[in-house]
Design a protein around this ligand. Structure first.
Ligand code: HEC
Ligand code: HEC
Length: 313
């Protein structure tokens, strides 16, 4: 605020206060030559309701005086008069900072209690996974879904199938350092009917309907070109984030000939942001613990479902 504005506001505020005090005193003053107590203003409603001109009752006058005292006190202690900061030095930013510091101090003691426990132990610690759930909901759910079951292009984190590996330290590394799964467009290395043949072979790997003749022609091409990343058996490679092509889990949702041909032709790129600098290790570990706990319980419940249907047979 420039000096001119500040002076303008101070003068305006002072004039207002002076004006109000004058108004209060002027209306409260006893009339010079006392008239009968019930002088009327000459206004009458509903036949017999008259407007009288009585001075303010004392207690009411007192209330107004108190509001002035409060007002002057406030303006002396807190910012209100132009750029004058008030003698307490209060600012709204300072208040927010104080609240943040208090929250951080509280969280710090919470995190400290989890810090000395290995990640694998946090997975079974409900207090830890509860905090981890919030970290996940606030930072990760937009891509991986609030239940961590993913979406096309964003991996399901609780199905037990991992692009980069599912042991606690690897999951934590995926979160802290981010990941970039890169499959280049392969069309140039597959001239002629190559894309069609390799795509049929890829379908055959996961037992999907395919053309056996084309797949047989695609097999050697897969083994020379694709195996470098996806492995000779097509089971993928955690070091590169190359998906397992022999299961029925599809990162890019393409369990069809067209979908697979599209991936082979144009390649695929999955980027997991680097969370280390944003979250810090404490929060990243808790998010990892929640994911792993979710994975554990969803895999167990599937196993139980399978056991139940087995028993029912
Ligand atoms: C902008 C979208 C996005 C956000 C936000 C995001 N992720 Fe990811 N995440 C991805 C993608 C995409 C991949 C797969 C990378 C690839 O294809 O190679 C991935 C991969 C992962 C993996 C490795 C999965 C595997 O199978 O090995 C983990 C673990 C993971 N994310 C956890 C998290 C956590 C925890 C958060 C929140 C702190 C998070 N992600 C936030 C997009 C995101
Ligand atoms: C340079 C390593 C590399 C090579 C070579 C490669 N891929 Fe990939 N492929 C990947 C990666 C990494 C991904 C996952 C991309 C992502 O994270 O989004 C992928 C994804 C795929 C997918 C999608 C899987 C899903 O779950 O949706 C298919 C299908 C596929 N590759 C087939 C092939 C075939 C067929 C070839 C050979 C013509 C091939 N790839 C060659 C690295 C490779």
């Amino acid at each position: 605020m420039s000096g001119g504005w500040s002076i303008y506001i101070v003068v305006l505020t002072a004039l207002n206060l002076i004006g109000l005090i004058w108004l209060l005193l002027a209306t409260a003053a006893k009339p010079k030559n006392p008239k009968p107590a019930s002088e009327t203003m000459g206004h009458v409603w509903d036949g017999d309701i008259e407007e009288l001109n009585n001075p303010l009752p004392r207690w009411w006058f007192g209330l107004f005086v108190l509001t002035f005292i409060f007002g002057f006190g406030y303006l002396a202690l807190y910012p209100g008069l132009g750029t004058f900061k008030g003698s307490l030095g209060w600012t709204s930013a300072g208040e927010v900072q104080a609240e943040l510091d208090a929250t951080h101090a509280k969280l710090e003691s919470l995190f400290a209690s989890f810090r000395d426990q290995p990640l694998a132990a946090l997975v079974d610690n409900p207090a830890a996974t509860k905090v981890g759930r919030n970290v996940f909901a606030n930072n990760c759910a937009a891509c991986h879904g609030s239940d961590a079951r993913g979406a096309t292009g964003y991996p399901n984190l609780v199905d037990g199938d991992w692009l980069y590996g599912g042991d606690p330290e690897t999951v934590l590394a995926s979160i802290m350092d981010g990941r970039h799964g890169m499959m280049p467009p392969m069309v140039a290395t597959l001239p002629g009917n190559g894309v069609e043949e390799v795509a049929n072979y890829a379908l055959s790997l996961s037992g999907l309907a395919h053309d056996a003749r084309l797949a047989a022609a695609g097999k050697p091409k897969f083994e020379t070109i694709c195996a470098a990343c996806h492995g000779v058996d097509g089971k993928g490679n955690h070091a590169l984030g190359a998906p397992n092509l022999t299961d029925d889990i599809w990162l890019h949702g393409n369990a069809t000939l067209e979908g697979i041909k599209h991936t082979i032709t144009y390649g695929a790129n999955g980027v997991m942001p680097t969370w280390g600098p944003i979250l810090g290790e404490d929060r990243a570990r808790l998010a990892a613990a929640w994911i792993l706990a979710q994975g554990k319980s969803s895999i167990e419940s599937e196993r139980n479902d399978a056991a139940e249907t087995g028993a029912a047979r």
